[in-house]
Design a protein around this ligand. Sequence first.
Ligand SMILES: Nc1ncnc2c1ncn2[C@@H]1O[C@H](COP(=O)(O)OP(=O)(O)OP(=O)(O)O)[C@@H](O)[C@H]1O
Length: 447
Amino acid sequence: MNNSKTSQARVLVMDENIDRAAELSHRLRFLNYEPMVAADPQALQDIDLDSGIAVMLGDTIVGGELETAVNDLLSTRPNMPVLLASSTRDSELAKKHGWPLELPIRRAQLQQLLKRAERYDGRDQRQRLTGSSRTIRKVRKMIEQVADFDTNVLVTGESGTGKELVARTIHDLSERAARPFVPINCGAIPPDLLESELFGHEKGAFTGAVSTRVGRFELAEGGTLFLDEIGDMSLPMQVKLLRVLQERTFERVGSNATQHCNVRIIAATHRDLPAMVADGTFREDLFYRLNVFPIEMPPLCKRAADLPALLDELLTQHVPGSDSTLRLTPAAIAALARYPWPGNIRELSNLVERLAIMFPKGEIDLADLPRKYQTAETAAPDAGHSTASSSVASATTANLKQYLQDVERDLIVQALAATDGVVAKAARRLQMQRTTLLEKINKYGIA
Ligand SMILES: Nc1ncnc2c1ncn2[C@@H]1O[C@H](COP(=O)(O)OP(=O)(O)OP(=O)(O)O)[C@@H](O)[C@H]1O
C-alpha cells in the first residue's frame, strides 16, 4: 500500500547500473516518490532539478564522471540530502554529504532514510556535525540509530566538544523535528529556581512569583528537552526529575493540577556520573533512566583528522560572504593540530572568529596565530589547565607522528579536491614540490 503523502517528492537516482536503477525506481514509485534516473552526467544535466530532491547513488559511482557531476550539482545545492550506497563511504562526497544506505537496499531502511531526507531538505547545514574521523563517524551512526526512537539519551564528553549539537541533531532527525527543542543548563540556574524553570509556577507560588509561568517541560511538549550539565543538578531536584521520567507527569510549583507530558529527554554532562553515583552525589536510579543510550563525544585532540574540515566549517560560519578567500596555511594548520585544545571546538570556534576579524581576507600563517597556538609545547602551561590538560598534552605528544600524518593527508585530499585533482595546482597551493606531493599521494594511498 502506498503511504499517505499527497505530493510526490522527487528522488534523483544516479546509478550506472541500469537494472538496479530501474528496480529502485520501481520501489520508489511504490513508496509514492517520483524517481528520476541519471546513469551518466549528460542525463543528469537533462533533469529538472528545481524542486527539493533526495539523491541516491549506486556503489560504482564514486571516482567516475558522475561523481564530478554530482559535486557540481551539490556546490549549488549544499542542502540537498544524499543517500549513498555503503561502499562509497570513504569518498570526499560521502564525507561531506552522504547518509549511508546499505546494499542490497532494504525497504525499511530506504523508507526511513527518505522520510528523514524529506524532513532534512533545506535545513541549515551549518549545524551539522562536521568531521569524518572514525570516532565522529561512529557518533553520527549512533545519532542516526537512536533518532527515531523516543529513548532517553545521555551525551557525555568534555566541555565544548559538541554535546548540545549532538542533542540538536538527534532532535532534527527525529519525528519530533517540527516540535520545539528546548535546552536548559541545569548548572547555570540556582537550585531553588530550577524546579520552577523546569515545571513552571502559579502566580503567588513563592515570593517573586508575580505571574503564572510556563516551565520548560510544557514548552517542550511534543518535542525534546535538553538537560545540559545534568551532573550539576541537586539531589532533591534529581528526585523530582526521576518522577517525571517514570510517570510522565508533573505539577507546576504552587499547583495541585497534574499535567501529562510527552517530551523526549536528552541529557548531557562533562562529569563522571558513575563516579558521582559511587560517592552518592548522583542518584543511581536516575542515572540508569538517563543512560539508556549513551553517546560519548571525543575531545578535539582525539579527532586530529577533523581539524581541517572543522576549520573550513568555522571559517564559513564566521566569515561573512561565502566568497571569502580567507584560509590558513599548512604551517598554521599543522601548529593548530599540535595544540591540545583544552576548550575543544568552542575554543577553536573562538579562535577562528578572532582570526576572521583580524584577517578578513588572504592567508593566515603560523606567525599570525596567537602565540600559545604557535607551538604545542608552550600551549599546555599557558592554557591554565591542570592535570587533565597535561595528560591530554602528553597523549598528544605520544601520538604526534600519527596526528600530523592524519592532518597532512587531509590537507592533501582537500587541496586535490579544490583543484579538481590537478596535482601541480594542488602542490602550489600546499607550497610543496610536485614530486614531493606525488610521493605523499602514493604514501597515503590517495586515489
Ligand atoms: N562538529 C562540529 N562542527 C561544527 N561546529 C561544532 C561542532 N561541534 C561543536 N561545534 C561548535 O562548538 C561550540 C560548542 O559546542 P556545544 O555547545 O555543542 O558543546 P558542549 O559540549 O555542549 O559544551 P558545554 O559542555 O560547554 O555545554 C558550538 O559553537 C558549536 O556550534
